[in-house]
Write a protein that binds this ligand. Structure first.
Ligand code: PEP
Ligand code: MN
Length: 346
């Protein structure tokens, strides 16, 4: 249920509404819109409450929200959420690109990659230290050593860093080094992990589960938001289908759907969606054309030698080429690449 306040409503009228909601044992969530203040009611709602709220001064109307996710919905929060991390705004006018290797292998590998992707226009550095691998015999990451390399290389290149956290007991450790916490596709419904990253005050990138519906994905985001962490970024990384030419199937349509039903920023990961490097550029362009706020792309100095996800990783030349092709697509959507505007500010 949401309570839409009149444009002329006063702070004491808003407090009266929230108090009445809390008297019913429910939680009130205030969202300041451009014209109206909207108060979301979280919890099991009763018709008596609706009747009571409608009569309070300053209330314009009380609406029932049909969707099971509330804080993640546009109805609750009409304005776009923009997540700010060390000067990079995700979900604003600019398209941002997060790039780097699937797994951090060494300081040299990450440093070289960071310098190259930054020069090409990426503004966030990615790199896995704790890797969820399908086979236990595959490279599972450098752990804390990898986190230290990531933080140092990010600092040296003035780039915020993103890395995956796989379990609730790793959250404090990963949060010590990372600027953005990544929840991997396999963990999208690890609800205890979602609670824990929700308790931090770090931005969280929530990947779509391998076989999750958009509603399940938004309900997973709701777990983080319900802990009062409002900095959630969604990431479409492809879903399981019957197709075998690609690792997953990029669900391009989820991007405008999310834009319609949610205020959260959404980026696309064409690397995991396709599993093949030559499919990454066309899908990157398609998702930005569809309205994505940014991209997450795997880049490696020598993909043939990569310890994880080599076949889907771009080398530096292909990454540079992709970045040059992105600008006109971004402009067609009335957006621009983050670095272009950074350059024009100088
Ligand atoms: C990754 O980003 O390297 C990763 C493991 O992604 P996903 O969770 O989407 O498979
Ligand atoms: Mn990967």
């Amino acid at each position: 249920m949401i309570v839409v306040m009149k444009t002329s409503s006063r702070p004491d009228e808003i407090s009266r509404v929230t108090k009445r909601i809390e008297d019913f044992g429910l939680k009130a969530h205030i969202s300041e819109g451009v014209d109206h203040t909207v108060i979301g009611v979280l919890g099991q709602v009763f018709t008596e409450l609706r009747d009571a709220l409608e009569l309070l001064p300053g209330v314009e109307q009380v609406l029932l929200v049909s969707k099971p996710y509330k804080l993640a919905s546009r109805e609750f929060h009409p304005r776009d959420t923009v997540v700010e991390v060390k000067g990079v705004a995700i979900g604003g006018k600019e398209i941002i690109v997060m790039a780097g290797p699937c797994a951090i292998e060494s300081e040299e590998q990450l440093l070289l990659t960071a310098q190259e992707v930054k020069a090409a226009g990426a503004t966030v550095l990615r790199g896995g230290a704790f890797k969820p691998r399908t086979s236990p015999y595959d490279f599972r990451g450098l752990g804390e050593t990898g986190l230290k390399i990531l933080a140092a290389v990010g600092k040296e290149n003035k780039m915020p860093v993103i890395t995956e956290v796989m379990s609730p007991d790793q959250v404090d450790l990963v949060a010590k080094y990372a600027d953005i916490l990544q929840i991997g596709a396999r963990n999208m419904q690890n609800f205890i992990l979602l609670d824990e990253v929700g308790k931090t005050r770090k931005p969280v990138l929530l990947k779509r589960g391998l076989s999750s519906t958009i509603q399940e994905w938004l309900l997973a985001a709701e777990y983080i938001l319900a802990q009062d962490n409002e900095q959630v970024i969604l990431c479409e990384r492809g879903i399981r289908t019957f197709e075998t030419h690609t690792r997953n199937t990029m669900d391009v349509s989820s991007i405008p759907i999310i834009e319609k039903v949610s205020h959260l920023p959404i980026i696309a990961d064409p690397s995991h969606a396709t599993g093949k490097w030559y499919l990454v550029p066309p899908l990157a362009l398609a998702t930005v054309a569809a309205g994505a706020d940014g991209l997450l792309i795997e880049v490696h100095p020598n993909p043939d030698m990569a310890l994880a996800d080599g076949p889907q990783s771009l080398n530096f030349d292909s990454f540079r080429l992709l970045m040059s092709q992105l600008s006109p697509i971004a402009q067609a959507r009335n957006r621009q690449l983050a670095t272009q505007s950074a350059k024009s500010k100088h």
